[in-house]
Design a protein around this ligand. Sequence first.
Ligand code: NAG
Length: 321
Amino acid sequence: MKITFYCRLVKLLNVSAVLVLSVLLLLSRIRFRRHLPKPSPIPAQDYRLISPETYKYILNQPAACKHRSPLLVLMVPVSPGERTAREAIRKTWGAPGSNTLTMFYVGLPEEGPTSHLQDSLGKESQQHGDIIQMDFLDSYHNLTIKTMMIMNWLATYCPTASYAMKVDADVFVNVFHLIRQLSGSPRQGYITGSVIADGRPRRDSNSKWHLSQDLYPQDSFPPYLSGAGYVFSTDLAERISGASRFVRMIPLEDVYVGLCLRVLGVQPTYSQSLLTLTNLFEIQKLEYERCTFAKRVIVTGFKPAELLLIWQDFSQGHLSC
Ligand SMILES: *[C@@H]1O[C@H](CO)[C@@H](O)[C@H](O)[C@H]1NC(C)=O
C-alpha cells in the first residue's frame, strides 16, 4: 500500500516538474520573441549599399562546388595586397583537403582596376582558383559589404556545403578539432564562435570602432560573434542575406551580422569545452604551445611567417596531445 503511494507521489512530482519546466521554456521563448523589434525594410538607397546586386564579380569561381559538397568552406576576407597571408594560409590550415574548401574574398585595390596589383591578383587567381573579387573599394569601412558578399557567394555558389567559417587571415585555425566538433553540431540555424553578449557602441570619434548616434541610436548591441572567426550552418548564409534588407549598414561587420541574427531570431551558440570551460574561439594572443592549441578551434594574432612556423610543429604533433 505504502509503496504504491510513494510510487504515485514520485510519478506525480516527476510529471509536475516536467510541466513546470515546459511552461518556463515556453515563457522564455515568448519573452525572447517579444524583444524582437518588428522588422521593416530599410530605405532602398541604404539597401543599395550592401546589396550584392549593386556590385559585380571581377574574379569568381562559380564551379567551386559544382562536383562536390564540402563539409566546411573556409572563407577568408583579405585585402588585395595581402598575398603573403594567402600563401601562408594555403600552406597551413587552408591547404586543400578532402572535406574543406578555402576561398579568399577581396574588393578593388585602391590603385584601381587597371593597376599592377590587380594584374597580379588575376594571375594568382588563375594559378590557385581560390580568389573571389567584387568591384567595391576594399577598405576597412567596407568590410560589412564584404561580409554580405561572402554570405551571398556561399548561398549562390556553394549551398550544398554543410558548414562555413568566416575567418580572418591572421588567425590560427585548428581545422582538425573544428571538424571533430562539427560532427555533432546542428545542421541548421546554427552559428557559433566567441559570443560577445554585452557589446555597446563607442561614441568617441577617435575610436577605430566609432559609431555615431545617427547610424545606430540604441545604446547596446544584441549578442554577436567576434569577427575573428565564426562557424555557421550554410542555410544561414541566405537567411542573413535576406535579413540585411531590414538592417541599415554599420561599418562594424561582426555587429552587423549580430543585428541580422536578431531579425531572424537566431541565437549565437557559445563554444566552450564542457570540462574546462575554456573558450574554443580564443580571441586574444596566446603563446604557442602545441597541446594548448590542440584544445582550441582558433587563436588570433598571427603573422604569416609565424603561422607557417607553428603549423609545421602543430600538424605533425597535435595527435599526441
Ligand atoms: C565602399 O565602396 C564603395 C563602392 O566602391 C565606395 O564608393 C566607397 O567609397 C567605399 N567606402 C569606404 C568608406 O571606403
